[in-house]
Design a protein around this ligand. Structure first.
Ligand code: FAD
Length: 453
């Protein structure tokens, strides 16, 4: 008798879900999503693993996925608590024989699933590879030999066929006879405030239904044909595919997105824009494999480099950056958009990350952790990988990125429209050349050695 627990994480979809397909071959099935209380507590970098915008998005993803399961005679059991004890208790109560989950590069998820396997050696743990385009077995090199530059990776992987997408699941096994009752009382540690949608920003609705709608709308338009020329715009729904939040929770798979690019190219023709879009999806892929390869180094100060960056932690500068109160109006506008909507263009992310590291000399990990809390499309490998790249401790052989903020404003916001849309009240204050730090260097009791004599 096969009694399966399917632990859902970043695979909240019915289409192209190989884990659900595998789970469908069971006698009884329990589909579980754990909302972990650690997500709502500040971490080492003063940020929480999930903020209000992503929590709101995630709840719609869960609700939409549950609707799909209900139509197949199943149900999503949302458990609130600590992940490992919650899963362990379900394994025990329901005499689980098989645990299925999607294989993620995150060190935290892998540690949990390994611990679960250790606690229940009789249970077969199956990690399904579907968060990436390729599988370990399809890589034409050992993981430890992953090319150190993206361009080499791209060149090699362009010759490897991406697995076909699998059709939506049509039937699922029965639920257990005594399924856990859904939690009636919301735990006290969940955010209580009702979510406010931004009035002037982009709104993303979670769930597979909206993901497929966006995929369809984007690829049935002409937009992919001009992606390369508009992708660096700071604003605009149509400047890029806007698929990242749904990719993050697996409401859609990277294989579905890549397959849409290929279909589009067959029907409308290939050009430098469609190639550029495919290349960005391959960047996502590259960061996932880097994370699989280097594990916890993804989160370390010196990252993949041999020496530590020359930055530190300045609490006041960091909080001014988070709140959009720096001396740089363009950075403030980006940080305001991010905090209010949970989304920021790729160019905006590069600009604010460069500012934190270079102008403000703050340890990049604080920035990455703030992004983790704020972004609705947060992806561990992509976020921390991009931050490392900009801080000069990542996969980039050229070492670091420093954007000229004035130049960026002239190129990407020539009429200042973006900056006035997301302006901070402090922008005028800094125009009068106020200092960044409220404690001036002269206030510190520092005596230079040469002054002593
Ligand atoms: C400091 C920093 C942090 C970032 N953090 C995240 C994150 O947590 N999650 C996330 O999904 N993206 C992150 N990105 C990458 C990028 O900004 C977003 O993927 C993109 O803006 C999402 O919008 P889109 O779906 O319209 O992208 P499009 O431009 O339409 O691109 C299509 C897809 O390609 C991938 N992609 C695009 N740009 C990149 C990139 N630079 N690196 C890797 N993959 C890319 C994404 O999956 C994206 O959905 C980060 C970039 C920077 C500079």
């Amino acid at each position: 008798m096969k009694r399966t627990l399917y632990w859902l994480t970043k695979d909240l979809r019915i289409n192209d879900n190989l884990a659900l397909k595998l789970a469908s071959d069971s006698d009884y099935l329990l589909c579980v999503y754990v909302v972990d209380q650690k997500w709502f507590k500040p971490n080492n970098y003063q940020s929480k693993p999930i903020g209000a915008n992503r929590w709101n998005f995630l709840q719609s993803c869960l609700s939409n996925f549950n609707q799909s399961l209900l139509s197949l005679g199943q149900q999503l059991h949302i458990v609130y608590g600590d992940t490992l004890p919650s899963l362990a208790s379900l394994c025990e109560i329901h005499q689980i024989t098989d645990v299925i989950t999607t294989h993620l590069p995150g060190t935290y998820e892998n540690r949990l699933i390994n611990q679960l396997g250790d606690n229940f050696p009789q249970v077969l743990v199956n990690k399904v590879e579907q968060f990436t385009l390729f599988t370990h077995g399809l890589l034409p090199f050992e993981l430890q030999q992953l090319p150190v530059s993206y361009s080499k990776f791209k060149k090699i992987m362009n010759n490897v066929a991406i697995p076909n997408i699998s059709p939506a699941i049509k039937t699922l096994p029965s639920q257990f006879k005594s399924v856990p009752a859904p939690a009636i009382v919301r735990p006290h540690w969940l955010p209580v405030k009702a979510h406010k949608y931004p009035t002037n920003g982009m709104v993303f609705e979670g769930g597979e239904t909206s993901a497929i709608k966006q995929l369809y709308q984007y690829f049935s338009s002409d937009l992919p044909l001009s992606y390369k020329t508009v992708r660096n715009n700071l604003d605009g729904w149509e400047s890029s595919s806007k698929l990242s939040p749904w990719l993050g929770y697996g409401c859609i798979s990277p294989r579905q997105v890549m397959s849409s690019v290929s279909q589009f190219e067959i029907q409308r023709g290939k050009n430098s824009s469609t190639e550029c879009l495919a290349a960005e999806i391959l960047w996502r892929e590259y960061f996932q494999w880097c994370h699989f390869k280097v594990g916890a180094k993804t989160y370390m100060f010196k990252g993949l480099s041999s020496s530590q960056p020359l930055t530190s932690f300045y609490p006041e500068r960091f909080s001014k950056w988070c709140l959009g109160m720096t001396p740089y109006p363009l950075v403030n506008a980006c940080m305001n958009e991010l905090r209010i909507t949970g989304y920021l263009s790729n160019r905006g992310r590069q600009i604010v990350a460069s500012c934190l590291v270079n102008e403000l000399s703050v340890d990049w990990r604080y920035g990455a952790a703030w992004f983790e809390e704020q972004l609705i499309d947060y992806d561990a490998a992509v976020n921390w990988g991009n931050w490392q790249y900009i801080a000069g401790v990542g996969v980039d052989p050229r070492g670091g990125r420093h954007f000229n903020l004035q130049k960026q404003a002239v190129i990407f916001d020539p009429d200042g429209r973006y900056q006035s849309k997301w302006a901070s009240t402090c922008d005028k204050y800094f125009l009068s050349n106020q200092p960044l730090d409220s404690v001036d260097a002269a206030d510190w009791p520092v005596t230079m050695a040469k002054d002593n004599g």
